[in-house]
Write a protein that binds this ligand. Structure first.
Ligand SMILES: [Fe+2]
Length: 236
């Protein structure tokens, strides 16, 4: 297995992160040494981490657009953590509607999310081409912020008995910009990217947005507001 593959990175991450909690380690010179041999629980843990990393890579081919290897890994890890804590499964994201605010919304969560990332990148490229001299744009920050903007929705939504998504009790208390920032900070995501998560929605209207945050905010609303006028929407 090549060390750069998502599976190898996932295995390394969970192994490093959790080895100490599975094996007694002492710095005393005469302390008995325990063999570093993974037991069943750790094997299952590594396999589960690896399965989640693969699911995230499948959901988000756009993560590969991020040039900085460390940021790529932090973004992946944030999505893995969200899925681990969410009542939603990776496949649900290709099925549930992207918003609860549009009745019978025909576009799925992932269709909308990926569209926003594509709009944001292409908008940033156009702005860089024509105005980059006066308005520098950090492309990795735009892409990472767009990919993470709605990661908190995995903690905001749940599935009802009818299989449809609805807002959870936690979601009522903490909308996804807040839970998204909490997840991202846990994974070491830089503040400039967390700023985009925090400011991408209406809450961000009270904030002085960075250029990158403005781009993601408008990309998000461009792919949302037309659905609010029923005349625009062709239902299935
Ligand atoms: Fe959002």
């Amino acid at each position: 297995m090549h060390p750069d593959t998502p599976t190898a990175q996932a295995a390394l991450f969970v192994t490093e992160r959790h080895l100490l909690s599975h094996f007694a380690v002492s710095t005393e010179p005469n302390a008995p040494r325990l063999p570093l041999r993974p037991h069943g629980k750790l094997n299952r843990f590594v396999a589960e981490g690896s399965r989640m990393h693969e699911a995230v890579s499948k959901l988000w081919p756009e993560i590969q657009w991020i040039e900085d290897k460390g940021l790529r890994s932090q973004v992946t890890q944030t999505w893995v953590k969200a899925l681990e804590r969410s009542p939603l499964k990776p496949d649900d994201l290709n099925r549930i509607p992207f918003t609860l605010l549009v009745p019978n919304c025909p576009i799925t969560f992932m269709e909308h999310k990926r569209c926003v990332v594509h709009i944001a990148r292409q908008s940033a490229e156009a702005m860089q081409e024509f105005m980059g001299r006066a308005l520098p744009i950090h492309m990795d920050t735009v892409i990472a912020g767009a990919i993470l903007a709605d990661v908190g929705k995995l903690l905001e939504y749940e599935l009802g008995a009818d299989g449809k998504s609805r807002q959870s009790e936690r979601g009522e208390a903490l909308r996804h910009p807040f839970t998204g920032v909490a997840l991202a900070l846990e994974c070491g995501v830089p503040d400039a990217v967390c700023h985009i998560i925090a400011a991408h929605a209406a809450e961000g209207d009270l904030v002085k947005r960075t250029t990158e945050a403005y781009i993601v905010h408008h990309a998000d609303f461009m792919a949302f507001l037309p659905f609010k006028n029923p005349k625009n929407v062709k239902l299935k």
